[in-house]
Design a protein around this ligand. Sequence first.
Ligand SMILES: [Mn+2]
Length: 475
Amino acid sequence: MANGRKASGGARRRRTSSASSSGAETPRPSSPPSDSDLPAVATAPTPPPAPKPEPPPTFYPEAAARFDEVVTAIEGDQVIGWAQDRIDPDAMAAAGLCYLILKKKYGKKFTCYTSRRMTFPMNRNLAKNFLPTGLLKRCEHEENLKEVVTDSELILVVDATSVEVMTDLNRLLQSSEDLRQKRIFFVDHHRRAAEGDLEGLENAEGIRIESAGSATAICVHLLLSLGLTLDPANEEEFKLAVAAKVGIEIDAIGQEKHELNEAAQAALHYLDAVVGEEGLNYVDKLRNLKNPVSWYVALGNALRLCEKYDQNVAVCGVGVIDDNGVLPYVANAMMDTGQFRSVIVFGIVYDTEGGTFLSTDLEASGRSQRNTEVALPDLFSEVFYWVDDAGRRISCGGGRASSVLGEHSSTGASVPLNYWLHYPTMSVEERIDVLRHFAWPAEFVRIRNLLAPKLGIKPDKILSVYPIPNGFAST
Ligand SMILES: [Mn+2]
């Protein structure tokens, strides 16, 4: 169908470099641009030198002491880090604070690796305008990733320890026993994964504080415990404080402020004092960033079929798209109609850069509200998987439920489609055609066949926004 091509053709949004701010001399980020670069709306006037906020009582001093021992033992002046695929604000800010600690206290340079494109405009903007330039590096852009990892004395992993959410690190660790012997230090607030957790490796250790609520809150206290502070008059530190505030708050979504633990509250209180009114304005602007227009096209396509979905659980295949932010956005908007108790949206998502395909995945996003019949986290882990060489199913989906009865749940999945990623084509355009005409019908039918019996709905209630060839349209 022709009307879907625009979103994925060669005319991708291009960012100009004018808005990328870097270094200590650049002005404060002007109004954070939307994904397509807003012009600078209001360049903030240089504020009067703000007094340095009083550091709060610090938490986790033992963790800081161990961090200090581990970093002090490193001889080189470079440390590499790792964060989850599609790095989120908490991981970003935690990486940013580690960067600052390593730079100011130990004189070391820090580069944090992550795979896949970030999901939301806010995240992309935060990375671009509020984090030090060069801190984050996409694994797909590093030609010698294996050498980089082999050569580094330490891998500092933030906000994750499950290898399943760090695709490229997982691949490297699988490939070499030497790499599995690497020294790893993690700073995380998630529960240890039952399988495939870095903590199970011989030379891995770290800080795991589940009650902290975010990796950023832990890192704020690391910074303070190590005798450092954030200076609002310093460009880089001011921006990092803004990022840290966003990081903590995003991971606390669904919780009231008073429900956060003392350490997180103290960290937020301190960051508020550092960023001041100016910083709070940036936080608001970041929250209100507009979505790219292609997202509305996908939403329109999905809503066009509104009458045909199952009322209990609407399932929509949005086809082939070039932006992974579309799926949670469409899922949320469909829930907002109030017509469905659960929504599952899936599609083939690719990411290109400079004529090269960086990834091609089958991705899905699910939302549920007061639906006791559908347990989305379990469903996602059963339905979204890939099969390894030994025939084992490796699950690539999961999520959170806010109560046992599925009061509210939010899930995601990302299954690599390696066959299609490596499918030889003559051009990007041809590849997109192949994905749309061949990969999509095959993947759509596959997911429909897996989902329909598990959801107890008829296959023809699972809809594709693009027609599927005859014989498969309904059964
Ligand atoms: Mn987190």
